[in-house]
Design a protein around this ligand. Sequence first.
Ligand SMILES: [Zn+2]
Length: 841
Amino acid sequence: MPTPANPFRLSDDVLPRRYHLTLTPHLEEATFDGYVEIDLDIVSDVDAIAINAVDLTFYETILKRDDGSQRACSVSIDEATERARISTRAKIPAGRATLTIRFSGILNDLLTGFYRSTYLDPDGLSQTIATSQMEATDARRAFPCFDEPAKKAIFDITLIVPEHLEAYSNSPIVSEVRPGDGTKIVSYAPTMIMSTYLVAFVVGPFEATEAIDVDGIPVRVVYPKGKADLAPFALEIAAFSLRYFSDYFAIAYPGDKLDLVAIPDFAFGAMENLGCVTFRETALLVDPTKASRVEVERVVDVVAHEIAHMWFGDLVTMDWWEGIWLNEAFATFMEIKCTDAFRPNWKRWVSFGISREMAMGVDGLHATRPIEFDVISPADARGMFDLLTYEKGGSVLRMLEQYLGEALFRDGIRRYLTKHSYANTVTNDLWDALEESSGEPVRDIMNTWILQGGHPVLSVEAGSISQSPFSFAPASGESSIGDHWQVPLLTRTIGGSEITRRVLGDASVSVAPGTIVNAGGWGVYRTAYGSSELAEIMANFSDLTDLEQATLVADTWAATQANKVDLADFLSLCLVVSTSNQTATWSVVTEALSTLNRIADDAQRPLVQASAARILRGKFLELGWDAKDTEDETIPSLRAQVIGALGGVGADDAIRSEALKRFDAGDLHGDLASAVVAIVASVGRDGDYEEIFRRFKQASDPQSEQRYLGALSAFDDPELTRRTFEACFSDDIRTQDAPYEVGALLANRVNGLEIFALLQSRWDETLQRFPIDAHSRMVMGIARIVASEIQANEIAAFLEANPLKVGQRTVVQGIERLKNRSLMAARLAPQLVSILEAFTA
Ligand SMILES: [Zn+2]
């Protein structure tokens, strides 16, 4: 809906129908020239036309009317609202018209809009590319446009590029002309009607796989020269995903072709440009024989996610940016569904429990936010790309799907996509479609999950279940946690598989003895069993499904952090769940051990190590170092997790010496590689830092590059973490990676506080240098610091006095976590020794 009060929104009086756009990038000069003709419907007489533009220079602007008359226009720029006001001397009458603009712009190095990046190819030669990242509101940096998702149009794109480079856009090439001046003029077929944020251009020394035909659609993987051997796997999952979604949605793929393009410098994980999806290299290029299961899985996830968007996002698009959550939550949900169909043995829905837990870790803070909230400015829209949009949103959709049933849910999705193809929607359109397919009050249920922050804890006592809001600590001021929810409640009884479905509202409901709450483990809520109920469940622990087990452990750890469960009880539970073979369960256990290790001082540390050994050692003895042919496909990741924790927090001598031996022999592959490199960093022998740095710079695939880069943040020696911090401001670490590396340095157990001081001293430079969308994720590293109350307050004071333009809410959440952790540390410190002594006795 148009909100005239919002100065950032364009009016609906002037609507674009078709763009004829020609761009000539000059890669060496880092500029581009452009020419655009925009066919317009002028709905009513206007004084001027407002169009979005940022950092563009307008040379000649002409308005041609349908009657053949044409007028030169004057242009005034309003930087604050990122708009140009185009006017002629007279009023502009309603009717059809064409606006032509000759303009130029800069190929920036900020990874937004139309940008330039340079990288070293495998031969050590510097290469330059120009590429685009328009979402959310940066198409306006590439060409003047009506840059709002509901202002859909057809795009006829032409790129004029140096002859020796390749050029890609959303559609297939229809003509390529070489005028003989060293350039080629590449024209693309008209796109379907779509939003500006989905337009893409990629220019550079790329190669592509042969296209494979997927039910009539040519699909390719495009990659920087020299990386052909890393492309075939992505092609396989792309073909699988395309078929999977065509079938699930019962609508054919809406584009003409599908290119998946690996970009050497990319701010996000990937971007769903119709027909020309762009990825950072780690999310697309992989050698499955060298990478770990988790790294391969990431490629599957991200490719599936982006292809799901071709329908959900590209074909049917949110009306305005507050709807971005639905776009991303749904693609996250579909990504897991598709990966689960691609490799059922990976048990992807169980391991997704890890992501949900991360989101609930934020959502239990008073600084959480509703999943959907009002978006006024572009900065508000940018701030939505966080855990609450993707992981909580995706989890809430999964909870709804499991409540409605998979078939009815899918029918509702088909109904929604069919009805709104090529158009725009608001969230309620989806609830309406799901209500029609299921007959359930979907809108009432979902509004309680979408329009308020937080989630409930369900207390089970004396045969009845009731809800109250969950939080990690009492509120000290305002809270964004809501007060009651319509909870889609699934229960079953111990030993039974039949699931009872109902909605839990304000009134408590009674249940039979031996009831398992959150059956299946899909609910986005915590469960707190009374002591007799819990005892009965624990006595039947093996009856719980994998995800039910993981959920029980996660809920108990959350309650421990919230000071509702004793640490000693949580540690006993860790022993019980050590039979589990799921990383979702073990990730809670290892995270808890790592927290204790941060809380402990050096004198207490041996007790933490002994506790870790008590919990982990049995599982290690069962799994050993080397994979067995007969083991489940979830085991290799688990083995890496157990070895990593035992060699890290556990400081186990035998594990450490074996890890060092393997590292020295260069015997690193697949699943164990990250764990081994992390252990090497935590031991920190002389020369290991330099060796890891050398391997980082010489890595031949993106996964090992990231693995070594990650380890550079994990040394205890402050001199070494300082060196890594410096490298983040040099050519050694690309801008796409540097903010995440600084975030990892902030999370360094020993040196986090010193790194924060360094960051503070280079604050302005940091914000200028790193992509704006990554700033908040960088600062989020403070969430893992354990500090004194005074130190925590100092960090908070600095970050509050220097708010980020994008993602400040994420920073405020980081501050709350930092303070919670520091309070927990203060609370546990006096009892830690006696608890751990009792546990290890
Ligand atoms: Zn997405």
